[in-house]
Design a protein around this ligand. Sequence first.
Ligand code: F6R
Length: 234
Amino acid sequence: MNVIVVKNAQEGGKEGYQIFRQVKDRGGKVFGLATGSTPLTTYQELCNSDIDFSDCTSINLDEYVGLGPNNDQSYAYFMKQNLFNQKPFAKSYIPNGLAQDIAEEVAHYDQIIADHPVDLQILGIGRNGHIGFNEPGTPFDSTTHEVHLTPSTIEANSRFFDNPDEVPRYALSMGMASIMKAKHILLEAYGDAKADAIAKTIEGPVTEEVPASILQKHSDATLIIDEAAASKLH
Ligand code: F6R
């Protein structure tokens, strides 16, 4: 793993942008995207740049079950607001949170990932080490699946909702094996709430109890972390 320590999320966004730029300049056409607060500075840098994704495909990591793209808490809505309105892709895929048949949607999404090998996957990390919605204990060989969110993730995500009861209890997420197939992985983490998860990811054993620890096994993974997130590294 290549670890870049920056002062803050602002600086991290500039580094993140450079990685998108390099992958794009080398002919990368498929970008795996994440939501949440972490990638926002990178998306801001992309929006403020002349980078052009109009010949590219994006594939998002996850979506809440029960929320459609017009719901302002859905990840589809988030992506429009924070990236796609300014930087449209030729085609953008996000799991369909309103799918009637979840098994069919999951198989369909795996086919999309198989048909479009991801050149660069951007990730945030949960305080418990989750990536995507792959909570601790998720098998490393998992592909796209429906997830029952843990109480800690529901609580962490409730900050975006008016009422914690509105936070969906289920999500669809790319699996661990799907994420690991990306040619390059960029994980960003900012703030001391992420310090434990980052220390375990970089220095701990590779274990399904810390999903992000699998990145130790990836041949081309970069971590951009700020000093606070790096504070528990030895
Ligand atoms: C979002 C996602 C999640 C978040 C993680 C960190 O698409 O897959 O794994 O990256 O929960 O969230 P933030 O960035 O809000 O701290």
